[in-house]
Design a protein around this ligand. Structure first.
Ligand code: GN1
Ligand code: MG
Length: 383
């Protein structure tokens, strides 16, 4: 995935989103650590404090960037309306700010440059930051709260009003079909122990791994608006209070199963070593963090969670660790066509981390199920 950007083009693109007409002397610098899009922080005018985020959408991954912008608008309006109807802020006594569209001076939500690249700008959330790994229990609890709050705020948005910005995203049967094609085309060198481990990990679980789609097709799980990518680095934490203020990276807000969200949040936030560790043998799924996250998350979602939603929390986290392992692994085999990599074996290493994590999740199945059952009971007051 190319990150090469012509600096003049970058500045002239950024200038089109300038909030103040005639402002010049922009400062633009790369920002964040996303695996797909290219992200920049733009100072709206040299010396001024006004800043915004500028992003070039990777159109190899996101084929319909206009739909992303329409979803963002739909979602922002829905949440704003909710606050008006309820005559109250959307969160109780705490700061909460979601990124919003910054239009161009011409009133457009995006710019397509001379190369056909798609650019959009969104607001920068001040005095807050994201972290690539879970820092402590408070951080984990805040990630759970933030995801639950976000899901709650969009839970009553009619799901048919959201476009599918990324067809096939989280859909295991599609990933497995793709994996089979990649194996056929590129092969896999089974004499390399890491590759053999990857191939075996997939082979042992592929029949089971479509469970969320199977349950959805059978009508036991329902499509709703979801975030799609609530990993730890997409949760923004207030610099002073340590409380979550936002969930960012809203490109995958679309119809889906809430299971993808809670599964992704747990597989990301309960892994203290993070996605990029080389200490394979130390990769762990921390039950204490899992409990803290669920205690932050479940109270927020109780109004719309069904019994089946509670029942599938364990499968969700196991599936999402498997899904991410599979996606990193097949991208490695295919030659790194999807995720940005910083070194040749990067996707292989990422895959192994997820497969190890998955094994540790599997080893703690009973504990996770018991934990969810007990937290779900607390909700209804039953004993
Ligand atoms: C990608 O680009 P980024 O870092 O927000 C990916 C997610 C993965 C994540 C793993 C659209 O997200 O599904 O969980 O990498 N996003 C897409 O770090 O594929
Ligand atoms: Mg993302």
């Amino acid at each position: 995935m190319g990150t090469i950007v012509n600096l003049d083009l970058l500045k002239s693109t950024a200038a089109q989103f300038q909030p103040a007409a005639g402002a010049v002397a922009l400062q633009v610098e790369p920002y964040g650590s996303g695996n797909i899009n290219d992200t920049f922080l733009v100072w709206a005018d040299a010396g001024s404090k006004q800043r915004f985020i500028l992003q070039r959408i990777n159109q190899k991954v996101f084929p319909y960037p206009r739909k992303i912008m329409e979803n963002l608008r739909t979602m922002t309006e829905h949440i704003a309306l909710r606050a008006v109807v309820e005559k109250a802020p959307v969160t109780v006594s705490r700061r909460w700010e979601l990124p919003a569209v910054v239009p161009t001076q011409a009133g457009q939500d995006y710019v397509v440059d001379a190369n056909g690249d798609f650019w959009r700008a969104i607001t920068f959330i001040e005095n807050a930051r994201t972290l690539p790994k879970v820092r402590d229990a408070q951080h984990a609890g805040e990630a759970g709260y933030a995801l639950g709050t976000f899901q709650r705020l969009i839970s009553d948005l009619d799901v048919s009003r959201l476009h599918d910005t990324l067809p096939g995203f989280h859909i295991m049967p599609r990933y497995l079909q793709h994996y089979d094609r990649v194996l056929e085309t590129h092969g896999a060198d089974l004499s390399v122990p890491e590759i053999r481990y990857g191939v075996d990990s997939v082979a042992q679980r592929r029949a089971w791994a479509t469970i969320l789609q199977d349950e959805s097709a059978a009508g036991r799980l329902q499509e709703r608006p979801i975030h799609g990518d609530p990993k730890i680095d997409n949760i923004m934490i207030d610099d002073e209070t340590g409380l979550a203020v936002s969930v960012i990276d809203l490109d995958t807000v679309k119809p889906g199963l809430v299971q993808y969200d809670i599964g992704d949040c747990l597989r990301s936030c309960c892994n203290p070593l993070g996605e990029d560790t080389h200490e394979m043998d130390k990769v762990r799924f921390e039950l204490d963090l899992c409990e803290t996250i669920l205690k932050g998350y479940l109270p927020e979602v109780r109004e719309f969670y069904s019994d089946a939603d509670y029942a599938y929390v364990y499968e969700s986290v196991r599936v999402l660790a498997f899904e991410m392992g599979l996606r990193f692994f097949m991208d490695y085999l295919e030659g790194d066509v999807y995720f940005k990599v910083r070194y040749p074996e990067h996707n292989l290493m990422r895959a192994l981390v997820q497969f190890r994590l998955m094994e540790h999740i599997e080893a703690q199945e009973l504990e996770v199920r018991t934990m969810v059952q007990s937290l779900a009971r607390t909700r209804t007051g039953a004993h």
